[in-house]
Design a protein around this ligand. Structure first.
Ligand SMILES: Nc1ncnc2c1ncn2[C@@H]1O[C@H](COP(=O)(O)OP(=O)(O)OP(=O)(O)O)[C@@H](O)[C@H]1O
Ligand SMILES: [Mg+2]
Length: 385
């Protein structure tokens, strides 16, 4: 497919999805049930829409609580660990369940053990995660976000992929198709004397899926760039402009460039170009933030990226995502917190939820008017007056 036709194809597919998803609805968690999840032996809790502030001393279960909510929506931890880490020490499996309001109210149940994984919605087993993911838009702000700026490029690709998967149901299967083909192709490249016809067929498949991935990412990047720049202006105490640039490893034509690298690929035993090598670059006044930015500047970019994610989801899904904010508010001074407040208020007004954790000495008191306060103590939550 020529780049122009491919572009049109992606546009029409995305547009169809966009239109079919355009319904106004509120997303929030009505209740949460945990069994043997980290330091929560048993928790049954009802939750209203709006702001929820979780305070408590260190190591009481504040982050674990956010992680459980995230697990329910995304089926994974935002701490980048597998299910085994989240099972309570000494137990064989964990359970996370809840009632979630989206277009309708749904009962979700998720059981995870090393032997078994069971997900059901309204009592019906979900066979493919792609049917489930993206139903409950959610954005998490946590200390690991700093890796978006100073970590490996795969973390930035994951940021784009996560956002595309949440807003376009065709994206995740496409990404899985590309990753499977890439693995198979790399295995062939490593094996001496492998059949060139088989390698060719994997190359064709890689090109088809890869071109579509790049097309989706190319469309998303400038939109995120604008939203992140605006967010950055609001929370930055300095005058620099944030610029985000999507840099694909494919410069012109995937097929031609793969043909050009074929000899080197055989020597090295892996695919040298493709969306798996793409990069997202951040600049502050034209200087690469990863190389020249201070810790504080990198942290501000990371928060701006997450704010952009929330704004983008709000725009595309016609609903405000649930926000999980782990210890981030406490890090911001008053001015920068003020830049964060419009987003939080919009989420609250849209009938969604914000869950924020902090310790007693750094909680954002300017939000107290609407706040529901919970005291977290050794795996228990008590509503604080
Ligand atoms: N799999 C597990 N089984 C049992 N306990 C666990 C498990 N994983 C973590 N914990 C414990 O859960 C406790 C609470 O952890 P969490 O990260 O939620 O603390 P926190 O309240 O966010 O603290 P901080 O203010 O320091 O961030 C810790 O004591 C930790 O050791
Ligand atoms: Mg914590």
């Amino acid at each position: 497919m020529t780049p122009h036709r491919l572009e049109n194809h992606c546009e029409s597919v995305s547009l169809l999805h966009y239109k079919s998803q355009r319904k106004e609805f509120e997303v929030h968690l009505i209740c949460l049930r945990l069994r043997d999840f980290r330091n929560y032996k048993k928790l049954d809790i009802e939750l209203r829409p709006g702001f929820h502030l979780l305070t408590g001393n260190n190591a009481q279960g504040k982050t674990n609580f956010l992680e459980a909510i995230y697990l329910l929506a995304s089926l994974k931890s935002f701490r980048g660990v597998g299910g085994a880490h989240m099972i309570q020490h000494g137990q064989s499996g964990l359970f996370v369940g809840g009632s979630l309001q989206s277009t309708e109210i749904h009962q979700v149940q998720y059981y995870w053990s090393s032997r078994q994984r069971k997900l059901s919605v309204d009592g019906n087993p979900v066979r493919h995660v792609t049917e489930y993911l993206g139903r409950f838009p959610m954005v998490v702000f946590c200390s690991e976000d700093l890796l978006l700026v100073r970590g490996a490029s795969r973390i930035r690709r994951r940021y784009l992929d996560f956002l595309l998967a949440q807003t376009d149901r065709l994206y995740l299967p496409l990404l899985q198709r590309y990753s499977r083909t890439l693995r198979a192709r790399n295995a062939l490249l490593k094996r001496p004397g492998s059949d060139p016809d088989i390698l060719n067929s994997f190359t064709r498949e890689l090109i088809t899926a890869g071109e579509q991935l790049v097309c989706h990412r190319r469309k998303l990047a400038p939109r995120i760039s604008v939203l992140a720049r605006l967010a950055h202006r609001r929370i930055s105490d300095r005058a620099e402009e944030l610029k985000i640039e999507y840099s694909s490893s494919i410069k012109e034509d995937f097929e031609t460039e793969l043909a050009r690298t074929a000899a080197r690929e055989k020597i090295l035993g892996y695919t040298l170009i493709g969306p798996h090598r793409d990069e997202l670059k951040f600049f502050l006044d034209e200087h690469a933030a990863a190389d020249f930015g201070s810790e504080g500047q990198k942290r501000t970019i990371a928060i701006a990226l997450k704010m952009a994610q929330a704004e983008y989801l709000s725009g595309v899904c016609d609903t405000a995502p649930i926000l999980l904010i782990d210890d981030v508010m406490g890090e911001l001074d008053e001015k920068r917190r003020a830049g964060f407040l419009p987003l939080l208020n919009r989420v609250r007004r849209a009938g969604s939820q914000v869950f924020m954790t902090c310790t007693e000495d750094n909680w954002p008191s300017e939000l107290s008017e609407y706040m529901l306060k919970w005291q977290v103590n050794d795996g228990h939550l008590v509503e604080a007056s």
